[in-house]
Design a protein around this ligand. Structure first.
Ligand code: NAP
Length: 276
């Protein structure tokens, strides 16, 4: 039996085990996906221990994505983003290889919805860990990226690292959105509260709006975007496709996207019902 897993702290609410195990069941793969919660100082021992034990692959989440970079042979995109969220122990190099499938998750989520990014004007709100992956995903796909963040300096720093990007404060959002076709929220605003990081008057039907927040799935931003006539993409799509990309990298097989999506959304709606 193959073992895959997730390294993070905390990981108890992770949606990755049901999503990946649905794929193993569907394709008849004998594998389990388990979560590991090492202390920060034990990260290096955890990665080399996993390698020694024959674990095939690990996802990496908060707070280890940045530190994992130096423990593996990172690919070019993960190196530029400055974070690894997927480790593959099956490669032929001496060190395990590190990848960032969050960026691919964003690109594939737009592709799945038939939204072209090449040549578009995109506004990204947020310049934290997830914001970095989104910024590179949009730029790699050919968008011009305007990054707006509460702490403007952080947006400017990120923009310096991303091709065709500029950094702004949140006050610039109405201007930036006037000629944008793509809007992505990568702040935590809207998670566990009913707030939006974007003034509703700046939303319009010319936009496709992605919110990467997935708890809840229906954020205030997405509600207001839909009311303004915009196309919307919820945060479970990025989560799904980063998992799909990791599955395909580890197994070399095409992922059963529909089954993984059903498992993920089943878990999320179960959680939402439990809170009612
Ligand atoms: P992070 O590194 O802590 O960054 C948080 C971001 O939110 C920063 O840009 C921060 O701005 C901004 N922010 C926080 N509170 C704010 C407020 N009150 N007003 C305006 N901006 C505010 O967090 P992260 O890891 O990037 O995660 C961000 C969100 O993305 C979380 O909700 C997470 O669950 C979600 N996420 C989703 C996926 C997915 O697959 N769908 C993947 C990763 C993360 P400052 O720089 O000014 O502090």
């Amino acid at each position: 039996m193959d073992v895959y897993g997730l390294l993070g702290n905390p990981v108890s609410h992770s949606l990755s085990p049901p999503m990946h195990e649905a794929a193993y069941r569907e394709l008849g793969i004998s594998a389990r996906y388990v979560t590991f919660e090492p202390e920060s100082e034990a990260l290096e021992a955890a990665v080399s221990g996993a390698d020694a034990l024959g674990i095939r692959g690990l996802n990496v989440t908060i707070p280890f994505k940045r530190d994992a970079l130096s423990l593996v042979e990172s690919d070019e995109l993960a190196t530029r983003i400055g974070a690894v969220n997927t480790i593959d122990f099956g490669g032929s190099s001496q060190k395990p290889t590190g990848h960032n499938t969050d960026a691919a998750g964003v690109r594939r989520a737009f592709e799945h919805h038939g939204t072209e990014l090449d040549g578009t004007q995109a506004v990204l709100v947020g310049a934290g860990g997830a914001g970095r992956a989104v910024a590179f995903a949009l730029a790699e796909a050919g968008a011009v990226v305007k990054i707006a963040n509460r702490t403007k300096e952080r947006a400017e720093n990120l923009a310096n690292a991303v091709p065709r990007a500029s950094g702004h404060g949140l006050d610039d959002l109405p201007n930036l959105l006037a000629d944008a076709e793509i809007l992505v929220n990568a702040t935590s605003v809207g998670m566990d509260d009913d707030r939006s990081p974007v003034p509703s008057e700046s939303l319009s039907s010319q936009l496709t709006v992605m919110d990467i927040v997935y708890r809840p799935l229906e954020t205030r931003l997405l509600r207001e975007a839909r009311a303004a006539g915009a196309e919307t993409i919820d945060g479970a799509w990025m989560l799904l496709f980063q998992g799909v990309e990791a599955f395909e990298l580890w197994t070399g097989r095409e992922a059963p996207v529909g089954m993984m999506n059903d498992a993920l959304r089943g878990e999320l709606s179960g959680e939402a019902d439990a809170f009612k």
